[in-house]
Write a protein that binds this ligand. Structure first.
Ligand code: FE2
Ligand code: FE2
Length: 262
């Protein structure tokens, strides 16, 4: 089973990258199931119904979120309507939505999708992604051996540690949140596909997908508020393709994906 994961989609520019590049990629890479991180898909903060519908029509089968899950309050409508979306499972307090889902891909195979959020440099006060993650992965494996984990976190140390902690249990542990793709994709000894960060899907010439002027000004004049704006222009789609043995749940191959368009 071939799963394409797309890193944080940044606003309209990121959505354009998906419409333009995803259909061709799905054909070329023979993708059975496409998951995308949607936490920045509406104006760079959160995900609206409009962005969900557009990206679903564009070919994304399932969405994960992150620290911006509730930046658009209407996200709760998507949770209420049982749409194909999960948010981090290890929030400190009970929140709307689920942190894990099991769905059937186009090829008939069941896949579990789990979303976790990190604690290092995140100031979230959330529960341990390690304990919560292991419990959820074990529960997911009662339904299917194919288990995908999006670990939304800042620190590469926390990401690698969780990858090895879940090695042999999850099919893939892929990081999001930094918006910069890492070149460390590999199969861990127990058969889990790992990559510290999938990277962003959005403007190439930007600071994490945001407009250059506002982003740079924030560092030059830290006392002033410069409203963030999603950057435009040449875009890229970043992520990873994971080939998973659907009988054992072990990853056979992981390939870093980065494609450009404008
Ligand atoms: Fe993000
Ligand atoms: Fe984030």
């Amino acid at each position: 089973m071939r799963v394409l994961f797309i890193g944080d989609i940044m606003g309209r520019t990121g959505r354009n990258a998906v419409f333009d590049l995803l259909p061709g990629l799905k054909d070329e890479l023979r993708v059975d199931f496409c998951i995308a991180n949607g936490e920045n898909s509406s104006g760079g903060l959160g995900m609206s119904r409009k962005a969900y519908d557009e990206l679903s029509r564009g070919g994304v089968d399932f969405f994960t979120m992150g620290n911006h899950t509730f930046s658009k309050k209407t996200i709760c409508d998507l949770f209420r309507d049982g749409e194909n979306i999960v948010r981090p499972a290890n929030y400190a307090e009970p929140q709307p939505g689920d942190g894990m889902a099991v769905v059937r891909a186009g090829n008939g195979c069941k896949i579990a999708i789990i979303n976790l959020i990190g604690r290092v440099f995140m100031n979230t006060g959330d529960k341990s992604p390690f304990e919560c993650g292991k419990e959820l992965v074990c529960r997911a494996r009662e339904s299917t051996p194919v288990v995908f984990v999006d670990f939304h976190a800042e620190a590469t140390s926390e990401k690698e540690a969780l990858g090895y902690y879940l090695d042999g249990l999850a099919s893939a542990v892929i990081g999001t949140h930094t918006h910069v793709q890492t070149a460390d994709e590999r199969i861990l000894p127990g058969g889990t596909a790992y990559m510290s960060d999938a990277g962003r899907t959005g403007a190439v010439h930007s600071v994490l997908g945001m407009d250059l002027e506002a982003s740079v000004s924030r560092f030059l004049e830290a006392d002033k508020k410069f409203p963030f704006k999603v950057a435009e222009g040449q875009y890229m789609l970043c992520g990873a393709l994971i080939d998973i043995d659907e009988n054992t749940g072990k990853a056979k191959e992981i390939t870093r994906i980065c494609r450009y368009g404008n």
